[in-house]
Design a protein around this ligand. Structure first.
Ligand SMILES: NC(=O)c1ccc[n+]([C@@H]2O[C@H](COP(=O)([O-])OP(=O)(O)OC[C@H]3O[C@@H](n4cnc5c(N)ncnc54)[C@H](O)[C@@H]3O)[C@@H](O)[C@H]2O)c1
Length: 345
């Protein structure tokens, strides 16, 4: 893909990448593929990771920390560090006047997310979060069906994300670095997709059951590896969410969204345990028709959208307030577990 013709040459923002492990490098490649922005700098305390990333962007300056990036007066910072670091790093970047594209979760709880969004509003800078599954062709098509009213009144949704393969990095299992287990990692995508499909209604009631290694989760100093959640929406609709790590499901992953309306249903699911390939279908009674199927290069969609909007001169987007709403649902998923409080850091 080439750079949109209407952008003036001076609008090519200079970006810094903070944290260039697996996902940071993937999103860097996606943005490099469009040429909408310049990758001006890379920072990672791991020399190996930084060197790998520099192979993709040989002109980029190398640093080790956020301070190294902020010293360069960049237009935007892309954050892909361990999850518990995001809120503080994003807030500092925004306060320094840089736009931010942050990996999920934006924060570990609604209070942290609110601080980031307030910093973006105050600085009048574009803030986006990598809610990448919204950008699958499957979810785009399903959302079109819902928004057009084709499914009638949608009254139920069922979303699952079981990552049976991993995560494969130690920090995910340390609450001080991850901020939580499969809910913080995967449930956050499902809560976002559910609220997005229903256009962010108020949520009347949240119930949840969280497990760690087959036992009810006792403390936020453990990470949950299995979660079942019910959201009762103020519209009357009911949403069921389940997510897990390392569940014995016989394949790498089970990822699915099923929604049911008075005039039809829609579903997406991953193919052959893949994390990347999805089939989406429009269901009517006992028959179905295909809405989307592989190939679909969706992973970098949110990153490219943010970089393109930044290049077009976009500032603070009040839609960022919805990140606080989603985070408050995550808080309520953890809260029924009793007076556990946040993980001790
Ligand atoms: N949006 C999605 O669909 C999606 C998919 C996968 C991962 N993620 C998120 O991306 C983030 C990174 O995940 P990953 O799998 O790439 O992890 P990773 O471990 O591969 O990469 C993290 C990188 O951050 C670096 N780092 C650690 N502390 C740092 C600091 N203080 N400053 C700068 N860099 C630091 C590490 O050295 C490492 O290179 C996580 O928050 C994860 O939840 C999002």
């Amino acid at each position: 893909m080439s750079r949109p013709a209407e952008l003036p040459a001076f609008a090519r923002p200079r970006l810094g990448f903070l944290g260039v492990g697996w996902i940071g490098r993937h999103r860097m490649e996606a943005i490099l593929g469009t040429d909408v922005a310049e990758i001006a700098a890379i920072a990672d305390p791991s020399q190996d990771m930084a060197t790998e990333a520099q192979k993709l962007a040989p002109e980029a300056e190398l640093g080790k920390s956020l301070d190294d990036l902020l010293a360069l007066g960049l237009d935007g910072i892309v954050i892909a560090t361990p999850s518990a670091l995001h809120a503080e790093q994003a807030t500092r970047a925004l306060e320094a006047g840089a736009a931010v594209f942050c990996q999920k979760p934006l924060g570990r709880n609604a209070a942290e997310v609110r601080r980031v969004v307030d910093a973006a509003r105050q600085a009048d800078r574009l803030l986006a979060v990598d809610l990448s599954y919204r950008h699958t062709e499957a979810m785009v098509k399903i959302t079109e069906l819902v928004r057009s009213g084709t499914l009638g009144e949608v009254y139920a949704a069922d979303l699952v994300f079981h990552n049976a393969y991993g995560p494969d990095k130690a920090w995910f299992y340390d609450p001080a670095l991850s901020g939580g287990g499969c809910v913080m990692d995967l449930g956050i995508h499902l809560v976002d997709l559910a609220l997005w499909l229903f256009d962010f209604p108020a949520v009347k009631h949240v119930s949840s059951n969280l497990f760690a290694q087959g036992q009810p989760l006792q403390s936020r100093n453990q990470v949950e590896d299995y979660a079942e959640v019910i959201l009762e929406l103020e519209t009357g609709a009911i949403v069921r969410i389940a997510c897990s790590w390392r569940l014995p499901v016989g394949r790498d992953a089970v990822i699915a969204v099923n929604i049911y309306g008075t005039a039809g249903g829609a579903a997406m699911h991953n193919l052959d345990g893949s994390f990347y390939d999805f089939l989406a279908e429009h269901n009517q009674g006992t028959t179905r028709s295909t809405l989307a199927s592989p190939p679909d290069d969706w992973g970098g969609g949110a990153a490219v959208a943010w970089a393109s909007r930044l290049a077009a001169g976009q500032r603070f987007d009040p839609q960022a307030d919805l990140f606080v709403q989603s985070a408050s649902i995550i808080d309520r998923i953890y809260k029924p577990r009793g007076p556990m409080g946040p993980p001790s850091l």
